[in-house]
Design a protein around this ligand. Structure first.
Ligand code: ALL
Length: 326
């Protein structure tokens, strides 16, 4: 047995490794002791719906990063089945804390509801990084905590996509909007971006409803919107799953030539639809790297626990047929 294994064994014996308090004492944020006794930090990635390709891509990117940095940390990957399953995501945070992880990198399914569980985790000594969907700053202040955000400027991304769409439309045209879950900050920001671009171009949003990020809901809602607003010229969807649902609705309404669709995420199914001319544009928020940026931020915070962690703005790019053919 080498010296390191011996130290690990001793540490386990001394801390009574199965008890919760023993686990927690490993989480006390004492980087020196952690390096010496507890081995590599364990980072839990907690995502949203794994049915959405955006998150399976995110998971793959994180796993690839961990493979290349297997000496530096261990990774535990989690997600929920349903976009709206907030209580499951809250339970995942609690489970990860109880299992003794050192850090949680989370894409919260709701900007407010996750904050109390994350506050508890942080108080237990777990390093927390918020990725993808920003937690509500008012609730964070209320709970007296600060958690760094690593993610894109969603308003700017949505504005770029909608601006590109506006160039294909005429002043006075009517369009429809499919929003994400309204209690999510990124859904609100994308909505703001769509509105700003449409307003600037003098285009009217005649209906805007939430399809809760989901393809089938988007399909149903888009179908009824299209029959209620037969002169609508486009559907702006706040993510690609909903853009695919809208695309199918446009097809069944026989309006493929008349109604343009845009999305947000750049998932592979949408890339194909863009190449086929069925979807006009999307935004690439580099889902494969998003968790990686968060993991790197968490590692940095664990290395320098005394330093105030800063937010990190990650890239978001407009994708259309031309960019895909390059
Ligand atoms: C957001 C992501 C994606 C995704 C959506 C669905 O937080 O940024 O756009 O499609 O969640 O959960």
């Amino acid at each position: 047995m080498n010296r390191r294994s011996l130290l690990l064994l001793l540490a386990a014996l001394l801390s009574g490794c199965s008890s919760e308090s023993g686990t927690r004492s490993n989480l006390a944020g004492n980087a020196g002791a952690q390096g010496e006794t507890a081995g590599k930090p364990r980072i839990a990635l907690i995502m949203k719906s794994l049915a959405n390709e955006f998150f399976s891509t995110m998971a793959d990117g994180a796993k690839a990063h961990q493979n290349e940095h297997s000496e530096e940390y261990e990774l535990i990957v989690n997600g929920i089945k349903d976009e709206r399953d907030l209580s499951r995501q809250v339970a995942l945070v609690d489970e990860m804390v109880a299992s003794g992880v050192d850090a949680i990198v989370i894409a919260p399914a709701d900007s407010k509801a996750l904050v109390p569980a994350l506050r508890k985790a942080q108080r237990a000594g777990v390093t927390i990084v918020n990725i993808d969907n920003r937690l509500d700053s008012g609730v964070l202040d209320q709970e007296g905590i600060s958690i760094p955000f690593v993610g894109p400027d969603n308003k700017a991304g949505a504005q770029a996509v909608a601006g590109y769409l506006a160039d294909k439309l005429a002043t006075g045209d009517e369009v429809l909007v499919l929003e994400g879950i309204r209690t999510s900050f990124n859904a609100q920001q994308r909505h703001e971006g769509f509105k700003a671009a449409m307003e600037a171009a003098g285009i009217q949003i005649v209906d805007s409803q939430s399809a809760e990020w989901e393809m089938s809901q988007a399909n149903t809602i888009a179908s009824s919107m299209l029959s209620e607003h037969p002169s609508a010229k486009a559907i702006l969807a706040a993510n690609d799953s909903m853009a695919l649902g809208a695309m199918a609705a446009v097809k069944s309404a026989g309006k493929t030539e008349d109604v343009l669709v845009v999305g947000f995420d750049n998932i592979t199914a949408v890339q194909q639809a863009i190449r086929d001319g069925k979807i006009l544009a999307t935004a690439d928020q580099h889902g494969d790297q998003l968790a990686v940026y968060g993991i790197e931020a968490a590692l940095e915070m664990m290395r320098n626990p005394d330093q105030e962690p800063a937010d990190v703005e990650t890239p978001v790019d407009l994708i259309m047929a031309e960019s895909l053919s390059q």
